[in-house]
Design a protein around this ligand. Structure first.
Ligand SMILES: Cc1cc2nc3c(=O)[nH]c(=O)nc-3n(C[C@H](O)[C@H](O)[C@H](O)COP(=O)(O)OP(=O)(O)OC[C@H]3O[C@@H](n4cnc5c(N)ncnc54)[C@H](O)[C@@H]3O)c2cc1C
Length: 374
């Protein structure tokens, strides 16, 4: 039994991605995690198969809903790989929506899996309070000179280019932040890849911008509109993170169902104990509810409607569900769940991050309180 049913959107897409995931992703998930190594070959294979950039509005026949389906399938095998895809798709979306014609030329190679991009907002002292970034872009004639250090950037160590948020007017608060397209060579890597608890292998780390000189053509969107651009992108990004969390939870739930059906204690399968049956039922129900929230946000985006509230709700609920379901699935496995021979402990570690990045769940509640209560 799985939590996936006949009512799945786009069954033909699911078939394609399930085959790809089973053959190309699942066999490598444990070693990517163990070695904390960026899966560059796999990234290129996803580009070859047209599996990068599914959330792009102009992708023929593609939709945010399909993207959510794909990310869930991917995350059920490897949350790391799903996170790398989410990160690539986020920067592609930003350039699609705000980039100049010249900047948009970066999107094709990225989606072909030939280059890697990164989204660099966070700094060591500025996480939830993103408006407190200290990276500055000083105007010098018709150029800008960027100084600062970005931290906790997914794909930092692998990136060929990055969308970097910097202050062009430090006195103007969020209206003084501008997005820039910066090439490797103009930025250098600092510490990384970090030795993270979960979603290992995303090459997460630091960028140094040390007197990085870029011309006016590097501005993405308008000067002073970078914060808005970032928040809008995160509205979409959170749909991906919600789907990713659903995928992790589903994998853990399915493992728990299989295990409970075969493990015997007291002369019967443990699946026959009401205490565990109810746990499994609650897991399935929570996963379905989280999936529906993410699909609703995706459907609103596909209809061109505002989805800030729904994206935040989906990310909040799906990540909390992933955390609870993975811990409960491990519990159902007893001692074997606690062993690194099974992926249950990886699911728990991977799930934790979904409550932290793209805005912690406390911040999601703040976003929602502002949307709902003013
Ligand atoms: C593996 C990983 C990958 C990441 N990838 C990227 C990336 O690609 N690009 C990027 O720009 N960033 C990235 N991040 C950064 C991520 O978005 C931030 O870590 C996150 O926004 C939280 O910031 P912080 O870690 O500084 O925590 P802090 O902001 O210091 O928060 C610490 C705690 O205080 C709570 N808190 C803070 N403010 C409030 C409040 N107002 N009310 C209630 N509670 C509050 C938080 O919820 C948290 O529990 C990544 C982070 C990780 C761990």
């Amino acid at each position: 039994m799985t939590t996936r049913g006949e009512e799945d959107p786009k069954p033909e897409l699911i078939e394609l991605v399930r085959r790809f995931v089973a053959e190309e992703v699942a066999p490598h998930a444990a070693s990517i995690d163990r070695e904390n190594a960026f899966p560059g070959d796999l990234y290129r294979r996803m580009g070859d198969e047209g599996l990068l950039g599914l959330a792009r509005p102009q992708g023929a026949g593609k939709s945010t809903l399909e993207w959510a389906v794909w990310i869930e399938e991917l995350a059920a095998a490897s949350a790391t790989v799903a996170d790398i895809v989410c990160s690539a798709d986020l920067v592609a979306l930003i350039l699609d929506e705000h980039g100049t014609d010249e900047q948009k030329t970066r999107v094709g190679p990225l989606l072909a899996g030939e280059t890697v991009g990164a989204f660099a907002l966070t700094e060591a002292q500025a996480g939830s309070n993103a408006a407190a970034i200290e990276t500055v872009a000083r105007r010098e004639g018709d150029a800008y000179v960027l100084e600062g250090t970005k931290a906790w950037i997914t794909c930092a160590q692998a990136a060929d280019w990055a969308i970097v948020l910097a202050k062009t007017d430090p006195e103007a608060g969020t209206r003084g932040i501008t997005a820039f397209l910066v090439e490797r060579g103009d930025f250098t890597n600092g510490e990384g890849p970090y030795d993270t608890m979960g979603q290992r292998g995303t090459a997460v780390g630091e960028f140094h911008l040390d007197g990085c000189r870029v011309n006016e053509g590097a501005v993405v969107g308008e000067q002073g509109r970078g914060y808005r651009l970032a928040m809008k992108a995160l509205d979409t990004g959170r749909i991906g993170i919600a789907a990713l969390a659903v995928g992790i939870a589903r994998a853990a739930y399915e493992a728990a169902v299989d295990f409970a059906g075969s493990r015997e204690q007291f002369g019967q399968t443990i699946a026959s104990f009401q205490g565990l049956r109810w746990m499994l039922v609650d897991m399935a129900t929570d996963i379905e509810a989280a999936r529906l929230l993410s699909h609703k946000a995706a459907t609103l985006r596909d209809a061109g409607l505002r989805h800030t509230t729904e994206s935040a709700m989906a990310k909040l609920r799906a990540s909390d569900v992933a955390m609870k379901v993975t811990v409960d699935a491990l519990q159902i496995h007893g001692a074997s769940g606690y062993s690194r021979d099974l992926p249950l402990e990886r699911y728990v570690r991977d799930a934790k991050l979904t409550q932290i990045y793209e805005g912690t769940n406390q911040i999601q509640r703040e976003v929602l309180a502002r949307q709902l209560l003013g």
